[in-house]
Design a protein around this ligand. Structure first.
Ligand SMILES: NC(=O)c1ccc[n+]([C@@H]2O[C@H](COP(=O)([O-])OP(=O)(O)OC[C@H]3O[C@@H](n4cnc5c(N)ncnc54)[C@H](OP(=O)(O)O)[C@@H]3O)[C@@H](O)[C@H]2O)c1
Length: 309
């Protein structure tokens, strides 16, 4: 009898899938329930990986997906900014899988300053995404790892008040200088990334950044992992103008899964629509795709595709 597909081999296949044809070629078949399953014998872990990540793999050529790991009371770090770690090892592995499925991973300046994160794929097999730092004021230190470690390409997105940011130390750091605050609108940022070949985008944190993408309906999908811990106060996770009455609260379709002691909520946000009725900033494709909407790429030709490492 054929040996059951193990988790490592399943992930090797899954992480390369972008289309249904590729899924079928990778050994998946229709499960009769609208989904796909492994055609041959597969371990429970291999089945779990397919169930969990295939919807993301097959979500289309342009997708923005967010993630946050939070306490039961809704905080993503302590009040000192310590987020090391809110959730457990299984969620860290999940986060690295999300990175491996992305062309780009986006963090806000607050996270880049507080964590000095590497943003690379280490807990699973996979290519590093391009690292994108949203830093309108240019306040992220030049000695930060994302600018100096050379582990993956980095795009430093700055605004007109950022001052001199050309003296970044590392190779592989590009600067995207945006003309004004409006150019930082999530839909326009996603369009600018798409022009650079970065179409599958993970918004990794922190709370301010993910909240803004959610609030402006620029996220297709959100992975929220809730850890069984209470912090009392700290850095908030999702915050956006709320609804006065419960019946108007957002209740997107979701799936749940256990990740060790944590619970993963996977929210499907397409059903919420967008301001333009076209999710993830598609409204800026077209005119913006060609002209760059006034953005100014300092260190490389505008529109040049960045490469994953
Ligand atoms: N548990 C988790 O999953 C997780 C994940 C990531 C980070 N964290 C923690 O979260 C904390 C940081 O989160 P945070 O919410 O304070 O900050 P953040 O989201 O990391 O950064 C917010 C800042 O980034 C810039 N920014 C982001 N999006 C922008 C946009 N669309 N337009 C313009 N500017 C934009 C702004 O910088 P300016 O203020 O300079 O204008 C904004 O104030 C850290 O303690 C980190 O450890 C936890």
């Amino acid at each position: 009898m054929a040996e059951a597909l193990d988790a490592a081999a399943a992930w090797e296949r899954l992480r390369r899938i972008r289309t249904t044809d590729q899924a079928l070629a990778a050994g998946l078949v229709a499960d009769g329930d609208g989904g796909l399953r492994w055609a041959g014998p597969a371990s429970p872990e291999a089945g779990w990986l397919a169930e969990r990540y295939l919807p993301l793999c097959l979500a289309g050529p342009r997708i923005a997906f967010g993630q946050l790991g939070q306490s039961l009371d809704g905080f993503i770090a302590t009040r000192t900014g310590d987020a090391d770690y809110v959730t457990g090892a299984a969620d860290r592995c999940h986060l690295h899988r999300l990175r491996a499925l992305a062309d780009a991973v986006v963090v806000g300046a607050g996270t880049a300053v507080a964590d000095d994160p590497r943003l690379t794929v280490r807990a699973c097999a996979g290519d590093n995404p391009v690292r994108v730092v949203l830093d309108p004021r240019g306040r992220v230190p030049r000695h930060s790892g994302v600018f100096t470690d050379g582990a993956a390409p980095t795009l430093w997105v700055v605004g007109p008040d950022a001052g001199a940011v050309r003296d970044v130390a590392g190779a592989g750091v590009d600067i995207l200088a945006l003309p004004d605050a409006a150019a930082f609108a999530p839909g326009r940022l996603l369009a600018a990334l798409a022009r650079r070949g970065l179409r599958r985008v993970l918004i990794e944190g922190g709370g301010v950044t993910v909240s803004r993408f959610l609030q402006e309906r620029a996220l297709h999908r959100l992975y929220l992992t809730v850890a069984p811990v209470l912090l009392g106060d700290g850095v908030p996770g999702l915050r956006f103008p709320g609804t006065p009455v419960m019946r108007e609260a957002l209740r997107p379709p979701l799936r749940r899964a256990l990740l060790g002691e944590d619970t993963l909520f996977e929210l499907e946000l397409r059903s919420l629509g967008t301001q333009s009725g076209d999710p993830a900033g598609e409204q800026h494709r077209g005119a913006g795709e060609a002209c760059g909407e006034g953005e100014h790429a300092v260190d490389h030709g505008g529109g040049e595709a960045l490469r994953r490492s």
